[in-house]
Design a protein. Sequence first.
Length: 195
Amino acid sequence: MVSSMAEIRSFIAVELPDEVKLALTKLQDRLKSGSRTPAKWVDPSSIHLTLKFLGNISEGMVGRLMAALSEAARGTAPLHLELKGLGAFPNPKNVRVVWVGTTGDVDKLIRLQQAVESGLKPLGFNPEPRPFTPHLTLARLREEATPAARQQLGQLITTTGFETTGFLVDAIHLMRSQLTREGAIYSRLGSVPLK
């Protein structure tokens, strides 16, 4: 048992079904084989849709967070989402981050995310200043990626179509992120069903 003072790096997220993770793996393989740009690719088995990053919380806070999440999710029915479209931040001419967009019940998802933000504010978590745009990060380019390589990957992104079949989101999860040399390891601290 870890001491009660242990800090837990945590966030709130929607998890993806295995077939969606498989589609993301294939997409990454396509992008990797079409471009040699130095990038840190996110392991598809750990990709999820982050609703709110919390940072370090104390273990004693988990119960209060779960109660706030249950309240925030009250009255939200399960959502249908699809992953669709590839993009780059800040833009395809200067790629820093490669992302996949979402379609489907996005309005409902945004309302749920706003309810989570409002519900966590009394616990000391400030709302994000930027509006929530649901997306999944596929890769972050490394510093040494040249402007030409960034642009080449950007061209590949704009010409690569991507779409998954729809999936049901029937819960949101409080997740733990443990940083290791091999990358982050994620585990659930608790789940709130949508019904």
